[in-house]
Design a protein around this ligand. Structure first.
Ligand code: FES
Length: 166
């Protein structure tokens, strides 16, 4: 689906919050990840325009901040849905069936990796090891970690969202 890719300039609240984050560190650039997380929490993702503004506040170039954002794979640089499904694609999860889960998500929500549902509720993205390999396969939906996921668990996870639909 097409999600609006433009974001408004940072408002006074956002600028003040970033200034406060910067104040907690010895250097402004040390607040880079916290600042990116903050704007993402407010705006779901960090557009190019927002990245430029945040970089300016941190005394960094946009390219430097983009490198930080790219390295930290939980910062989204493209529009995402209301909730991001992060499906681990590292070895333990791959062996225990993450591809079957991806197929089931496609069947259930109609999205493949990198796509967002037509109603804008979910985006499916791959991610490297989530650090819970003992419970593989593992995924995150929004802020919630789910382990030992199977297709029945997926159905239960997505059931509330579907039954919310008017
Ligand atoms: S390999 Fe998936 S959580 Fe570690």
């Amino acid at each position: 689906m097409s999600i609006v890719e433009r974001q408004p300039p940072l408002d006074a609240t956002e600028r003040a919050a970033i200034a406060e984050l910067i104040a907690h560190y010895p250097t402004a650039r040390a607040a880079a990840i916290d600042s990116l997380k903050y704007v993402q929490q407010r705006r779901r993702y960090v557009s190019d325009g927002t990245l430029h503004e945040v970089a300016h506040l941190l005394g960094m170039s946009a390219a430097e901040l983009d490198e930080v954002a790219t390295f930290y794979n939980l910062i989204y640089r493209k529009p995402v849905g209301e909730k991001v499904i992060l499906l681990c694609d590292s070895i333990s999860c791959w062996i225990t069936g993450r591809d079957q889960l991806a197929a089931h998500i496609h069947q259930r929500l109609g999205i493949r990796q990198g796509e967002t549902t037509a109603d804008g509720r979910f985006t499916l993205l791959p991610i490297v090891c989530l650090g819970d390999c003992d419970h593989a396969p593992v995924m995150m939906v929004g802020d919630t970690l789910h382990g030992n996921v199977d297709t029945a668990a997926l159905d239960a996870i997505f059931q509330p969202a579907e039954s919310d639909t008017p």
